[in-house]
Design a protein around this ligand. Structure first.
Ligand code: SF4
Length: 275
């Protein structure tokens, strides 16, 4: 029975329950990671310390990324290691300049809270690690499709992306509403800070105003997800998002045919044994 889930896990569960079955029930290790995530993870793990003022963190994360032998990455990126390092450096520089220009006062995030559920799962711990929380003054942010200058407290989630986000990306985001809900003191705004993986990276801030409606929505959605988890049914929801899924090969056919067959057998057996 799943009793602990991260915000990202919750988002995945709402998108495709089968994915959570692979990762949280069968606990299948991700053997091959999509190159998009590899790049994002390396950038991300270096970014938080930079937020908090510890320089050189990017260099360390990139070295760690290269040396991580436990995961097989798609070799398109590793084949062009120098280009990748250069891109990372440019993106890091862009982010640092942005932080400097906007004079953000960074304070730490918090993690973990128990949310009451129903029936067998009477409570669920939803954990999160927010990238930064800052106090801003006349800070430019796209809200509801329009750029505004906002003042107040903001929670940031750093994203790397191939291209800029749609201007309404923050609306109905379970991550942003979740981070806000789980904060000891809800922020005034929650936003994605997106750094694009271009030669000249663009930085974009797409956010949402945090109000009672947003917090209530998250609570209701989470309670609904917990109730659904109680049923023990994890159907696959196939779609474009499968292209970014670490379990793609298990779902759609794998070079390792036996493994796929075994996982499918196990899935059927466990599904049948559920009430
Ligand atoms: S490949 Fe698609 S259907 Fe299969 S677990 Fe991943 S997201 Fe779900």
């Amino acid at each position: 029975m799943i009793s602990r889930i991260s915000i990202t896990g919750l988002k995945d569960f709402l998108l495709c329950p089968r994915k959570i079955y692979f990762s949280n029930v069968l606990r299948i290790e991700k053997k091959k990671k999509s190159v998009r995530f590899a790049f994002g993870t390396a950038f991300h793990s270096g970014a938080t310390p930079v937020w908090l003022g510890r320089k050189n963190a990017f260099a360390l994360s990139w070295v760690g990324f290269r040396g991580d032998k436990s995961i097989t990455y798609d070799d398109r990126l590793l084949g062009n290691w120098d280009g990748c390092m250069e891109k990372g450096r440019v993106m890091s520089k862009g982010l640092e300049t942005f932080l400097h220009e906007n004079d953000l006062e960074i304070v730490n995030g918090k993690r973990g809270l128990e949310i009451p559920g129903t029936k067998e799962i009477d409570k669920m711990t939803v954990s999160y690690r927010v990238d930064a929380r800052a106090k801003v003054k006349r800070f430019p942010m796209i809200i509801g499709g329009v750029e505004k200058k906002i003042s107040g407290s903001v929670i940031f989630d750093l994203k790397t992306a191939a291209q800029q986000y749609p201007i309404h990306a923050a609306r109905r985001s379970i991550q942003l509403s979740g981070y806000s809900y789980l904060s000891e003191e809800p922020p005034d705004f929650a936003a994605f800070l997106i750094v694009t993986k271009a030669k000249s990276p663009k930085i974009q801030v797409v956010g949402v105003k945090v109000d009672q409606r947003l917090l209530k929505e998250f609570e209701e959605t989470t309670k609904g997800a917990i109730a659904y988890l109680n049923t023990g049914v994890y159907p696959a929801n196939r779609g474009d998002h499968c292209n970014y899924c670490d379990f793609y090969e298990l779902c759609y056919g794998s070079k390792d045919g036996d493994k796929k067959k075994n996982v499918n057998k196990l899935f059927k057996r466990r599904s049948r044994s559920r009430p």
